[in-house]
Design a protein around this ligand. Structure first.
Ligand SMILES: *Cc1c(COP(=O)(O)O)cnc(C)c1O
Length: 399
């Protein structure tokens, strides 16, 4: 049998080194648990960056995927298929928006939102052609395309990949005043994450999104929320903006929309906004395919019927309190919402990576974000007793 060490060597030899994974090779998953090739069992405390909120290999998703796989998987958008319409309708009913545009990955949905914002800027707001501007936030993460990394403030994401797309401006995150001052008559949209996951689970000040909503309405600027990571129950609400009742004009969705089975992403907005697309203006060979649509429909039903938003809210609040109560010489503070939690280490702690390696040895898979934050984001089907189990191990490693 090929062991973990050998499989890692093969990956390192034949794969580009654009990741630095923990040294564990997984071969099986079920609910909140994953197993490596040697049969060691781990609690998944990352959930593929919130793409498996429903847990690994959910039986209902196995059924949805295999059932559809035997019928029809791909039509392209040259033809209609019988899954896409119902999927878009159900997504609109869930989110309360009028229209949806399906893509595959989060980055593609972000690109779609950028295109929609610019066209809306020209066709509806009346911005002079070629002048539309989009404002984003320092510390943002919206994906890895050349356009998206162009407005990242993370040098590591950008180095050697220029020149970048013009038309973007960056303001500090969590600072509504800075947004207000940066807006000009040529501003089409403000693109923002309700919580910055990749930046280290950065939660903006209370009331920020409400202020953003007010400012965007006053200045006729689209409020575009990237809920790819925070959406679908992760923070204790179906969508994170609901915590402040600050409904955006456009919402970007991905990750858990595919239930860990299939890349499915989408943009939802009003008819006025998504109506700017006409045939030929945008598309994707795989976007809206019947296999992904069938999986996404079931992924949504699971979130709703298993009330994973309530579970994340209750368990997250309790778990965060328990984490804060740990007496640790290494922890500076704990932040987050629902079951999206960042443990911020002190400058002298030696970084988050060694702690993640120690947690791995204890049977808990978590990953560092940036140098000094450990992200805890288990599948939302987790039970309180499992979190107790995790806490014992976390106490041992951090205490
Ligand atoms: C993961 C992520 C993306 C990009 O999604 P991909 O599917 O990796 O392209 C975009 N925005 C946010 C907030 C994310 O967390």
């Amino acid at each position: 049998m090929v062991d973990s060490k050998e499989l890692i060597e093969i990956s390192e030899t034949y794969g580009a080194h654009n990741y630095h994974p923990l040294p564990v090779v997984l071969s099986k998953g079920e609910g909140i648990w994953v197993w490596d090739v040697e049969g060691r069992k781990y609690l998944d405390f990352l959930s593929c960056y919130s793409a498996v909120n429903q847990g690994h290999c959910h039986p209902r998703l196995i059924a949805a995927l295999t059932g559809q796989a035997k019928k029809l998987t791909l039509t392209s958008r040259a033809f209609h298929n019988d899954q896409l319409g119902p999927f878009l309708k159900e997504l609109c009913e869930l989110t309360g928006f009028e229209m949806a545009l399906p893509m595959n990955t989060g980055a593609e949905a972000v690109e779609t939102a950028i295109k929609a914002s610019r066209r809306w800027g020209y066709m509806v707001k009346g911005i002079p052609d070629g002048k539309a501007e989009i404002i984003a936030c320092a510390g943002n993460f919206h994906g890895r395309t050349t356009t998206i990394i162009g407005f990242s403030t993370e040098e590591e994401y950008k180095r050697g990949f220029g020149p970048f797309t013009p038309g973007f401006k960056v303001v500090p995150y969590g600072d509504a005043r800075a947004l207000e001052e940066a807006i000009t008559p040529e501003t089409a949209a403000f693109l923002v994450e309700p919580i910055q996951g990749e930046a280290g689970v950065v939660v903006p000040p209370e009331g920020y999104l409400r202020e953003v909503r007010r400012i965007c309405s006053e200045k006729k600027v689209l409020f575009v929320a990237d809920e790819v990571q925070t959406g679908f129950c992760r923070t204790g609400k179906m969508f994170c903006w609901e915590h402040e009742g600050a409904r955006p004009d456009m919402m970007i969705l991905g990750k858990a929309l595919g239930g860990g089975y299939y890349p499915v992403s989408a943009v939802v907005a009003s008819r006025e906004i998504l109506g700017v697309f006409d045939p030929g203006s945008h598309g994707s060979t795989f976007g809206g395919n019947p296999l992904g649509a069938a999986v996404a429909r079931e992924a949504i039903r699971i979130l709703v019927e298993e009330k994973l938003d309530e579970r994340a809210a209750e368990l997250g609040a309790w778990f965060m309190e328990e984490l804060r109560a740990i007496e640790s010489p290494h922890v500076d503070h704990v932040r987050g919402k629902g079951l999206l939690i960042g443990v911020v280490l002190k400058p002298g702690a030696g970084g988050a990576r060694p702690f993640c390696e120690k947690l791995q040895a204890e049977g808990l898979l978590a990953k560092e974000t940036h140098e000094d934050v450990i992200r805890f984001a288990p599948p939302l089907v987790i039970e309180k007793s499992d979190l107790q189990w995790a806490l014992e191990r976390i106490r041992k490693v951090l205490g």
